[in-house]
Write a protein that binds this ligand. Structure first.
Ligand code: AMP
Ligand code: MN
Ligand code: MN
Ligand code: MN
Length: 283
């Protein structure tokens, strides 16, 4: 490819906390002009094969992706894995472990919300929203909306699920070292997702990047919805200083979230775009 393809390397489907089927996500992205695409559901590879088939039928270049929840020095961070061999044997055990972890956490979230008087059988209600895949706090937010306890996802997070609230139940996530090892052993690459969304100072983000790069990650996202021009500038500067790769994506979850849209993130200019590192493309 001579010119930069229009790419989107971060998005979700019903396989995790998105609302559309993987094939529908691919169709919408194609309609938006995306040429190079990765589906990056939270802690699961379930949506990849449907998405790949759909993307190929539409003539897009499809990259295997996943957004792994991981522990870094007691904090939760999100790591985007790209272009790994999805058939690598280590995934089954790792994803099964995350399934158990998320399921146990969901039961605890339900218990806490019920104690707060928000209803009964909330685990079942959230499970119904999630289907048989990875359950998370957004499924509780949707369940609370369906029960009329809140009027928006945002309200659910602000009052009951977000950082520091009753439903923000801790889990023992795999360490960032394990997450990076999982992806790199399968031939993939890892970047830090949305670095400014963890409430870290830039000093902390720089420490985090030092550890991630030492563990085998190759870069960070510098463009995603909500990143300010000032922060983006800092992130690009950091990538430049560390000589690491930059990625970008819409973090699309649902057409209802008007602030995200497939193929859309603030424009930027930077060296070492991640897609240069995505060859050969793995299935
Ligand atoms: P979990 O992986 O279960 O901890 O849930 C985290 C997910 O919740 C993120 O990936 C977002 O999709 C979603 N989320 C986090 N904060 C908010 C918020 N304030 N409003 C809506 N969704 C949110
Ligand atoms: Mn999400
Ligand atoms: Mn994330
Ligand atoms: Mn995401």
């Amino acid at each position: 490819m001579n010119s930069t393809p229009k790419f989107d390397l971060h998005m979700h489907s019903r396989a995790s906390d998105g609302t559309l089927a993987p094939a529908e996500v691919m169709q919408r992205a194609h309609d938006a002009g995306v040429e190079l695409i990765a589906l990056t559901d939270h802690d699961t590879l379930e949506g990849l094969s449907e998405a790949r088939t759909a993307a190929h039928a539409l003539g897009m270049t499809f990259i295997n992706g996943v957004e792994l929840t991981a522990d870094w020095r007691g904090r939760v961070v999100h790591l985007v894995g790209l272009n790994f061999d999805a058939g690598a044997p280590q995934f089954e055990h790792y994803m099964q472990h995350l399934m158990t972890l998320r399921d146990d956490r969901a039961r605890e979230i339900a218990r806490k919300l019920e104690k707060r008087g928000l209803g009964s059988n909330l685990y079942e209600a959230a499970r119904e929203q999630a289907g048989d895949t990875q359950i998370g706090r957004p499924h509780f937010a949707k369940a609370l909306m369906a029960l009329g306890k809140v009027s928006s996802m945002q309200e659910a997070f602000d009052a009951y699920l977000g950082q520091g609230t009753i439903g923000d139940v801790k889990a023992t996530w795999p360490s960032y070292v394990e997450a990076i090892e999982l992806i790199t052993a399968a031939g993939g690459v890892v970047v830090l997702a949305h670095p400014t969304k963890y409430n870290f100072t830039f000093t902390k983000i720089r420490e985090l990047m030092t550890d991630l790069l030492a563990a085998g990650a190759i870069g960070l996202e510098v463009s995603f919805p909500g990143v300010t021009p000032g922060h983006q500038h800092e992130l690009i500067k950091l990538a430049h200083q560390r000589e690491c790769y930059v990625s970008a994506g819409s973090d699309f979850h649902s057409p209802d979230q008007r602030w995200t849209s497939l193929g859309r993130y603030p424009e930027f200019e930077a060296q070492r775009l991640i897609y240069e590192q995505l060859l050969p493309i793995r299935t």
